[in-house]
Design a protein. Structure first.
Length: 135
């Protein structure tokens, strides 16, 4: 699977990558796959491509803007007994925690309230006093 996904790609490449993956899957299964298998493979591929593309774009923003990359440490906020929320911060500028948003549709970047909730939870979990969303 990994050999069929390039190291760097853009949203416009999703369809071609998906087609190559499905083609290779069919070849390996001697065209004896079910429609459900192909449907699941396409869903999995789209989800993985979006996630990986987000990471690629995030790293590009971090390098371009000269941000300090997050340390891959999981931070947790206990919201009630036996329940917590966790996550990793993307980057920072000094003491300002950054949550980088690289949506496939730019019009969705600032419309999602949960992005603000996510940032607030990260601030509470890390003990940082300032944060912002970066595009």
């Amino acid at each position: 699977y990994k050999e069929l996904v390039p190291d760097n790609y853009d949203v416009k490449d999703f369809s071609k990558i998906e087609q190559n993956i499905v083609k290779e899957y069919k070849r390996k299964r001697n065209n004896e796959q079910t429609e459900d298998e192909i449907k699941q493979l396409k869903e999995y591929t789209k989800d993985l491509l979006k996630k990986n593309n987000g990471n690629i774009q995030e790293n590009t923003v971090i390098k371009k803007e000269n941000y300090t990359k997050g340390n891959d440490k999981m931070y947790y906020l206990e919201i009630m007994e036996n329940a917590c929320i966790g996550g990793k911060n993307d980057a920072s500028i000094g003491e300002v925690l950054l949550e980088i948003k690289t949506r496939t549709r730019k019009q969705n970047v600032r419309r999602n309230e949960y992005d603000l909730y996510q940032l607030i939870c990260y601030l509470l979990a890390t003990g940082k006093k300032q944060g912002k969303r970066a595009l």
